[in-house]
Design a binder for this molecule. Structure first.
Ligand code: SAH
Length: 634
């Protein structure tokens, strides 16, 4: 069956936890060899305050609706009626529906409720097997045939759902069917078969012609090879050019997608039979190709073929040949056939777009094989390097884009401590933890991995651009002049920096102009630090000190404070945040006069207020007060 996203196992009370953990264990075992489609982990969600599990939620109804809307399969350990009532407001919307099941708290009953086409019955069978109970399957087709005919496995797509439903009700009414084409997943199904049946299940890449006596399923067995007719001009000279290049890329993407559709159409092939877009490695960094693959909703892969004349045909030929090799055991090398060579597609010229578009032509060639193609076996993907910030430490202070990058990563690089903070990681994700302080070498390692087609995440704490890895990564890229590195899809995802996390906990000390300074003289001369401190102090900026002190730099903080004290009163507010957002984190507010370097270590953020930074305790309030810098100035 098609792969599902990681299910959320939802419980209300502690009584359901053991059953929830059993179901979770069986899904985790399975994810170890077949990761979930969304690359996340199967977790137990529990009502806040009642029981501790992996994820806590405040209100069942809202939580179920949120999971449902995100397409997360739901296994709710509570009464079926509760689940139905909670989701009822969303059910009239006939969009894609994730599987939803109710399971009895004690594991004695498994009831599939929603998501018949998304594999809910299969999940019910799996959970039933894990709990050793028979699932309450109520779907007639499923009961009769032992499989959902309308939910073909990965690599296959149903041509038309409406027709599919009609077809299955004909079968249920007692008709038999023929099977035309290769449908290995139906071998064990108890379908009523007859060679001379009126009805036919046809597995074919060719488009359905609307015949009502056929259930058409398309194997994704067509690869479209694309070669850009001309080298694209790299590096926009100015902002206008950059904008033009963006506009051009978008238009080119649309033109490529349109010509792939036209080529499929010319051969009566269904768009759903397209398995992948394949391009020469030399055009890996071309955003138009990424855009075209997204428009066609297929993966983009790259093959090592020479550019220039007939590049598309060559690429398609090699794709067909390599696919033939992959499927040779089943079908023999003749399974692959080159369908079409060099369909030249002149692109439209946009007003204002650079001449690049004008003379641009694209070759498209289609390769067709007998069985569905796993795109992961074709050439290689464009490698990715994403530099992320984890935030100060707490999982909920990491931005979702960073979490997504971690979930999708094949390789994770960073200091051991940070990599641990990034967890839990999936089995199969390669971790390249290191104590190595050589940041440039780590950046180069990351590019090497990414240029092999891997999906690499480099972790920093806080924000990756604040005294962390992002600058090292860019420095390595600029210095290398390496084209394979330049072709890597590089992205930097921001994070909550230590100064921001500390400030938020104290109140709003950074509420007016401020600066961030690293007191480390490892990579810059101490004299520069002194000059900057003087100017910042003179300008009455609030200052956030990163790397304030370490065993190797014992005297620098005292020297820095001496300089600040020349300009700021002893009563100036100071905030010390240590291990903010981590276990045992502490926050302290004191004055510049009281501050001693012994109060500070390398895990501390020091925020020195301006002349206006103040602290107060709200009337009648207990405990620590607030520190803030007003928005106005005198
Ligand atoms: N990229 C990181 C900063 C790295 S420099 C960020 O944006 O936060 C390392 C320094 O950051 C430490 O010496 C300390 O001064 C500060 N720091 C990092 N994490 C911290 C935390 N959780 N609490 C307090 N200070 C922290």
């Amino acid at each position: 069956m098609a792969r599902i996203n990681a299910p959320a196992i939802v419980i209300l009370g502690a009584g359901a936890l053991p059953t929830a953990r059993r179901i979770q264990a069986s899904y985790r075992e399975r994810a170890a060899h077949t990761p979930f489609a969304d690359h996340t982990d199967c977790q137990v969600h529990a009502l806040q305050g009642r029981v501790d599990a992996d994820v806590s939620y405040r209100e069942l109804g809202a939580h179920l609706c949120e999971l449902y809307a995100r397409g997360t399969p739901i296994v709710a350990l509570c009464a079926a009626g509760i689940v139905i009532r909670c989701l009822a407001p969303l059910l009239s919307n006939k969009g894609a529906e994730p599987p939803v099941l109710a399971v009895a708290e004690d594991g004695s009953a498994v009831v599939p409720l929603l998501g018949g086409l998304a594999g809910v019955n299969l999940m019910a069978r799996e959970i039933g097997a894990a709990l050793a109970v028979a699932p309450a399957i109520t779907t007639s087709g499923e009961l009769r045939f032992g499989t959902c005919v309308l939910n073909p496995p990965d690599g296959y797509a149903l041509a038309d759902l409406g027709q599919g439903k009609r077809f299955v009700s004909d079968l249920l009414a007692g008709e038999s069917t023929r099977i035309e084409g290769a449908a290995p997943w139906l071998d064990d199904a108890q379908l009523p078969r007859a060679a001379d049946a009126r009805l036919a299940i046809r597995v074919t890449p060719h488009a359905w012609d609307g015949r009502e006596d056929e259930l058409v399923i398309h194997p994704r067995c067509v690869v479209a090879a694309v070669a850009m007719g001309r080298e694209r001009v790299g590096g926009a000279a100015n902002a206008d050019d950059a904008l033009a290049a963006e506009v051009t890329a978008e238009a080119t993407a649309e033109a490529i997608a349109a010509s792939v559709r036209a080529a499929l159409n010319a051969h009566a092939l269904a768009p759903l039979a397209l398995a992948a877009l394949l391009a020469p490695v030399s055009s890996m960094a071309d955003p138009a190709l990424t855009g075209a693959a997204a428009l066609l909703n297929v993966p983009l892969r790259f093959a090592d073929t020479s550019a220039g004349a007939n590049a598309a045909t060559n690429t398609a030929t090699s794709a067909a040949a390599s696919t033939a090799e992959n499927t040779a055991q089943n079908t023999g090398p003749s399974a692959a056939a080159l369908l079409r060579s060099a369909l030249r597609v002149p692109h439209q010229t946009l007003p204002g777009a650079a001449q690049t578009a004008a003379a641009h032509e694209t070759d498209i060639a289609l390769a067709l094989t007998a069985l569905a193609i796993d795109p992961a076996t074709l050439g290689r993907p464009r490698g990715r390097l994403t530099v992320i910030g984890l935030g100060p430490g707490r999982a909920d202070l990491m931005v979702p884009a960073a979490r997504d990058a971690l979930n999708e990563a094949t390789d994770i690089l960073g200091y051991d401590t940070y990599v641990k903070m990034a967890g839990p990681l999936r089995a199969g994700q390669r971790v390249h933890g290191t104590d190595n302080r050589e940041e440039m070498q780590r950046a180069r390692d990351a590019f090497e991995l990414a240029s092999e087609g891997r999906s690499v995440v480099m972790v920093s704490s806080g924000d990756p651009g604040v005294f962390a890895m992002a600058a090292a990564v860019l420095e390595a890229l600029e210095a290398s002049g390496n084209e394979a590195w330049a072709a890597v899809e590089l992205a930097i995802v921001p994070g909550v920096s230590a100064a921001l996390a500390t400030a938020a906990q104290a109140g709003a000390p950074l509420g007016h102009d401020f600066c961030m300074l690293s007191l480390s003289d490892n990579l810059k001369p101490w004299t520069i630090i002194e000059t900057r401190l003087r100017h910042a102090a003179q300008a009455d900026l609030v200052m956030a000190f990163y790397n304030p002190i370490s065993r190797a730099r014992p005297w620098q903080l005292d020297k820095a404070l001496d300089i600040v004290r020349e300009y700021r009163a002893a009563s100036t507010q100071v905030v010390l945040g240590r291990d903010i957002g981590r276990p045992g984190g502490t926050l302290r507010t004191l004055t510049l006069g009281e501050l001693r370097s012994a109060d500070v270590d390398m895990r501390t953020m020091v925020i020195v207020g301006s002349s206006l930074t103040r602290s107060f305790t709200a009337a009648g309030a207990h405990g620590a007060g607030w520190v803030y810098t007003p928005r106005w100035y005198e």
